[in-house]
Design a protein around this ligand. Structure first.
Ligand code: HEM
Length: 155
């Protein structure tokens, strides 16, 4: 592969990486905006909100997978793990706890909320699930922003 071709390919994959990461990082901020008020606004809106958040989840999973895949391709194009700075590798490893929190905390809390309101239960008894969902969201976002800092800043 010529140097120019390799550079263009690296640049193209990096653009895909940054676009996918923007959706993975920015999407949840937008999706969760106003959720606390919606969960307190009565069972109908609360149920619709839990359903909306569950239905948008696949978009964030796909953007996460594209971010990870394009990141892995960047590592390959750079010449392998030994050619990549440690901060990038630490950032890449931090996607593991994001998936753990998403699968063990975030999604189960949303499913509990949906079922809770579908069963006609009230807003006050849903509070532990709302708290669990919001904490999972905050932890995931802190991890994603930490990865962003690690990827961008030449520490
Ligand atoms: C939330 C997750 C992630 C975010 C927010 C993120 C963000 C970014 C950003 C903004 C850049 C461009 C940095 C620059 O040009 O200054 C970048 C580059 C890069 N990322 Fe990620 N990334 C994430 C996940 C990953 C993963 C999982 C991998 C590996 C599997 C990875 C590997 C890389 C590599 C190799 C580069 C190129 C570094 C360079 O050319 O200096 N990233 N990332």
């Amino acid at each position: 592969m010529t140097y120019e071709w390799n550079t263009s390919l690296y640049f193209g994959v990096k653009v895909v990486h940054v676009l996918a990461m923007t959706l993975w990082l920015g999407g949840p901020f937008v999706a969760v905006f106003g959720v606390r008020r919606a969960f307190n606004a009565g069972p109908d809106l609360a149920k619709a909100t839990a359903e909306r958040l569950l239905s948008i989840t696949p978009v964030f999973i796909v953007s996460a997978l594209v971010t990870i895949l394009s990141g892995a391709v960047l590592i390959l194009l750079a010449g392998g793990i030994s050619r990549v700075p440690a901060r990038i590798l630490i950032g890449a490893a931090l996607v593991v706890p994001i998936f753990a929190v998403g699968g063990a905390m975030n999604r189960p809390a949303l499913m509990k909320l949906r079922d809770h309101f579908a069963a006609g239960r009230d807003v006050s008894t849903a509070e532990p699930f709302v708290q669990r969902f919001l904490w999972a969201h905050r932890i995931e976002q802190v991890l994603r922003v930490t990865i962003l800092v690690l990827m961008v800043l030449p520490l």
